[in-house]
Write a protein that binds this ligand. Structure first.
Ligand SMILES: *Cc1c(COP(=O)(O)O)cnc(C)c1O
Length: 402
């Protein structure tokens, strides 16, 4: 399962350079990187009942389920308004449409993220302006923001990558001083907080995704935008239904981007379990740190994710940094241990963004991270023994090389 691809199983196989290049047969993974079947088994009845109720109502577009879900998740996130939409990518797109961002505008963001972050900026005809990441957090480096500002900068789009909030104080201060909007890409970070404030409530907008591999994943695609601004919330509600407040009357140009009632029904069930699942992820992360300490590997060999005191990390991914990442990954694969790479190519080096004219060396920290990151399984359903296997296999790899 991958947050980089839309058909999860296929994307995992195709995104693995070692799997494609290697002719050596490996045993099938001993367990799942993300075990959604095991998760479903724990909520099966609740989900089936919720889905059945929607089928019986035959109300699939917006309506009661979506309204209730928006109320419940708005409360859970701590935002006044929560607007469901068709995907996390659309959440970003709609947020920027609500701000009127388009050609001639620039939006500052990170090159080390899923393609949708910068893709949605470009899709509106605006220019994504990349700022390199801080190596310890993988998030946009606040000390480099000011140098990227121009008279055309309309917004900053930080990503809370892997579930760790970006350095929001610096970002918000700068945005305020320059009169810019802040759009939080919180697709991987539902439930995370920064200085006691939940992500999605810090900027002008928070954008969330319910892609199945996210911490709150639906039974398909879905997304959400949060805002405290009632006028912007109203605009978003119009934009997602072709700018229509009454049937066939269109005040502004929008699009079709709604959250399905079926998705809302499933998400309402899963939202009730989110706190417990998040705690399980955090527990797994702490256990990884302890197991790596006990393994005797030096902290230089395996760098575990940074956990700043002022933030709550929700570990959509537990990404370590290692040298010889590709060899380690292949060794893990040979031993039946599933891992993933988020992200193997930073956005400024993707062919889709070649028109921006960037070259290797422009964002060295993002480039280095793309060579060194390795995501280890951290889902709530992971067994203790499997987690020990993960750490032992990493330890074996480094021991046999020294
Ligand atoms: C998943 C993701 C998105 C897009 O969400 P979709 O629901 O898949 O469209 C955007 N940004 C980041 C950082 C993501 O991880």
């Amino acid at each position: 399962m991958s947050s980089t691809g839309q058909t999860a199983d296929v994307s995992v196989k195709n995104s693995s350079p070692s799997a494609a290049a290697s002719m050596v047969a490996a045993p099938p993974a001993a367990f799942e990187f993300l075990d959604l079947k095991a998760q479903f088994a724990t909520i099966r009845e609740e989900v089936i009942n919720a889905v059945t109720a929607v089928m019986e109502s035959q109300q699939f577009i917006l309506g009661r389920e979506v309204r209730l879900f928006e109320e419940e998740i708005g409360k859970a996130i701590g935002s006044r308004h929560a607007i469901g939409c068709a995907s996390g990518s659309d959440a970003l797109l709609l947020a920027m449409m609500a701000l009127g961002i388009g050609p001639e505008d620039e939006v500052i963001t990170t090159p080390f993220t899923f393609v949708a972050t910068a893709g949605s900026i470009a899709r509106l005809g605006a220019k994504p302006v990349f700022v390199d990441i801080a190596p310890d957090t993988f998030n946009i480096d606040p000390s480099r923001l000011e140098a990227a500002l121009t008279a055309r900068t309309k917004a900053i789009l930080p990503v809370h990558l892997f579930g760790l909030p970006a350095a929001m104080d610096s970002i918000l201060d700068l945005a305020k001083a320059k009169g810019m909007a802040v759009i939080e890409d919180a697709a991987q970070a539902i439930g995370a907080s920064y200085s006691g404030r939940p992500v999605g409530t810090l900027g002008t907008f928070g954008c969330f995704s319910f892609f199945p591999s996210k911490n709150l994943g639906g039974a398909g695609d879905g997304g959400l935008i949060t805002t405290d601004d009632p006028a912007l919330a109203e605009r978003l509600r119009l934009l997602r239904v072709h700018g229509s407040s009454s049937k066939y009357h269109h005040s502004i140009l929008g699009t079709n981007s709604r959250l399905d009632a079926l998705q809302a029904a499933v998400l309402r069930v899963k939202l009730r379990h989110l706190t417990e699942w998040t705690r399980a992820r955090q527990h797994r992360a702490e256990r990884y740190r302890r197991l790596f300490r006990e393994s005797g590997l030096s902290e230089q060999m395996v760098v575990t994710p940074h956990a700043p005191r002022d933030s709550v990390h929700v570990y959509n991914q537990f990404s370590i940094r290692v040298r010889e990442r590709d060899r380690l990954r292949e060794y893990m694969r040979q031993h039946g241990i599933p891992t993933e790479i988020y992200y193997p190519v930073p956005l400024h080096l993707q062919p889709a963004f070649s028109y921006l004219g960037h070259k290797r060396g422009d964002f060295p920290q993002a480039e280095l991270a793309s060579l060194e990151v390795l995501a280890l399984p951290v889902c709530p359903e992971l067994k203790d023994s499997h987690q020990e296997d993960v750490v032992n296999t990493v330890a074996h790899f480094f021991r046999q090389r020294n």
